[in-house]
Design a protein around this ligand. Sequence first.
Ligand code: ARG
Ligand code: ZN
Length: 870
Amino acid sequence: KTIYLKDYQVPDYLVDSTDLHFELEPKATLVKSQLKIRRNPKAGQGLPPLLLDGIDLELLSIAIDGSILPEVSYQETLQGLSILVDKPEFILEIHNRINPEDNTSLEGLYLSNGMYCTQCEAEGFRKITFYPDRPDVMSKFTTTIVAPKDHPVLLSNGNQIDFGDCEDGRHFATWEDPFAKPSYLFALVAGDLENVEDTFTTSSGREVKLQIFTEAKNIGKCEHAMRSLKKAMSWDEEVYGREYDLDIFMIVAVDHFNMGAMENKGLNIFNSACVLASPETATDSAFQRIESIVGHEYFHNWSGNRVTCRDWFQLSLKEGFTVFRDAEFSADMNSRAVKRIEDVSLLRTNQFAEDAGPMSHPIRPDSYIEISNFYTLTVYEKGAEVVRMLHTLLGKEKFRKGSDLYFERHDGSAATCEDFILSMEDANQVNLTQFRHWYSQAGTPILEVTDSFDQATGRYSLKVSQSCPTRANQDKSLPLHIPIKIGLLDVDGNNSILNNEGDIEEVLEVTQPEQLFEFSGFREKPLPSLLRDFSAPVKVRYPYTGKQLIFLMRNDSDTFNRWDASQRLAFMALTQLQQDYRSGEALQLQPELIEAYRDVLKDSTLDPALVAEILRLPSEQSVAEMNDLIDAEAIVVARDFALKTLATALAPELLQRYTALDHQKPYSPNAKDIAERSLKNTCLSYLAATEKDDALNIVQKQFETAGNMTDSAAALSALINYGSAPKVDSAIQEFYQRWKDDTQVVELWLGLQSSSARNGTLANIKNLIKHPSFEIKNPNKVRAVLGGFANRNFKQFHKEDGSGFFFIAEQVVMLDKINPQIAARLVVPITRWQKYSDDLSGKMREALQGILDSGGLSKDVFEVVSKSIN
Ligand code: ARG
Ligand code: ZN
């Protein structure tokens, strides 16, 4: 059944308070809920039946104002309960039973390594008890947890107001959350946990207790998350004026988790992989991921919790905004340019593909079958880009005035994307009517840019036309309001709009389908640097020559665009190589291109992290996204050729740079050291690609002597992809023996193997899923092995016989019975069949049809597969 935004109606009943009582038992947890219910004065006349959501619940009893309800007064439906109501205000008491142990969907209340935990967003609360499980019903929660004493830690939202022993030997704790919240922000944790503790004093002087809970064996891995949390708390005070509002803030690490983390009020629950780290076991990117996710969940306390969403179509209201906030936080803590490059790469590679695929949707979708399928890169990352455009258009101060007004107006309530825009408008007396189309239109806009120069008058003009490819079932798109940050470079590389002074940059506001921008005062034709800092989530086409791109790579004052020029250049070369391969011509790389890379590699004035980003060739996946028709084999051949040619030609410089950076200093995940390791390991992987003995010896030596996980994993990855078979096997075994008790490292180890470009990887994966370390019920393991193969192993996944697709399809059908959310994500790579050349596209369809024919699919998988096939 499809749900539409246009059908939104206010809730019939409100819940002023929610009193929950849990008696935890693995297979039979008793839940008693007492709800103070009142007819919503905004919902019209009469007393309609009270509809409560409820899934997989065993109903024990219902009482209204203390008297048990006769069976004629209510009805159990597929979705929950319908109760006849004869008064506008009453206390509803429901008792029901649930089975956390058999709950492998990881939504609602479930067990992870013996620990009880919850995940309620978006619609998991209905798997705990009958409730109006929608975000616009906000209620004050009190929660009592009763459990055996082998679960000493009992946590829920807010402040603990009571605890003690029960007569039967169990114990209990009662928590009260003073802030009204929707059910999706409810959380409960019970287990044998330890915690690290710290404090933070807010700007108004409130002392907040900070705790991170984890199994005893991981207690040494919490320090980085704690440091990140404190940084995030200060940052939100400084940049947004937002203070924390409870006396306690808790984080719990959980091994079985569908997503990264969850912002439950006062009790964030995290996927272990997104919170636990130690220098020996975590890579630099894990350290950075943790900092950003800890920030993200913390920032939700305002953008999500204090102001929440009216309905799930508004998801980007909290997610887009919060991703923008966490990206700026990370940029302020680390290298701004590198953070931007990483985010844009992800967006271009994966969000653009989503926007061009069968599940394409606007950042505010207008319909869905299963909302879990819409926790997407579009809602999150493109949503963040839309907020960033507002920031660019308004400027920092006005944006802040807008966000202040938004928080002030909507504090304690459930808002919409429209409310956010209105606050931005009202705070600044600006008109964002046209900008609103970003919320309702799907697809990646394309900007065609051409220019001309009149020598006589010194006038330079840029013509920009916008269009947006839409899918058949979407309305024709209206022109968008697009900020394009540009610079104009003269022949010396000075970044000058010559009628102005100094280092000039302008934001052009494109609003028309076709628009002309004029500049005067030039002696010769300038070279445009377009869409600086990626000022809008669009594709820009401009007929750059290779020479001009090399010039931008060397001279642009916008660091992001120096990288972008290198990407355009690489893409041009890879396109040529693909064509040559298909027409049977000899492959070759332009010498100018090689020299440009050599210059970058030798440039010691550049940030090493940026050098690494420039050197790294675009992934096969990102090349695929840029092609209208994907010829997987040609992409693989072209990229392999380019990589090997560069590696061979630049070997001396690569080795020199590698050696200079290969100093053994004590590990610290600070921006400077991370940058150096990033370049060092990029050089290492290029060297390995030569497959020469001396290079592979260097890799082997780094593998044996590495003092941190970043270096160790980089060496293992290089070995797995390029080493000689016996050495690879022994490295894989050695690494496993050393780390087999560390869950996070084992996940990394699995992922490196499944993304190996080597032939035979699929056979190896079929063994890996039988390995003792693999667990089909653990999403991280599934993501490492199956996700690693389908999403990060372009070459082996796209084998011409379709074996990769059929294997994944088989796993999807099996996983769907265990965890529909995870299954629905895993199937995505085979749903983009329309873009592939015939051979592969036919095999993908066949695999999809197989899934549909297997029958009994969850809503999750059904939605993704059926939308792709029809
Ligand atoms: N709100 C969480 C976050 O962005 C994500 C939770 C999504 N959960 C889900 N089952 N779809 O941090
Ligand atoms: Zn979020």
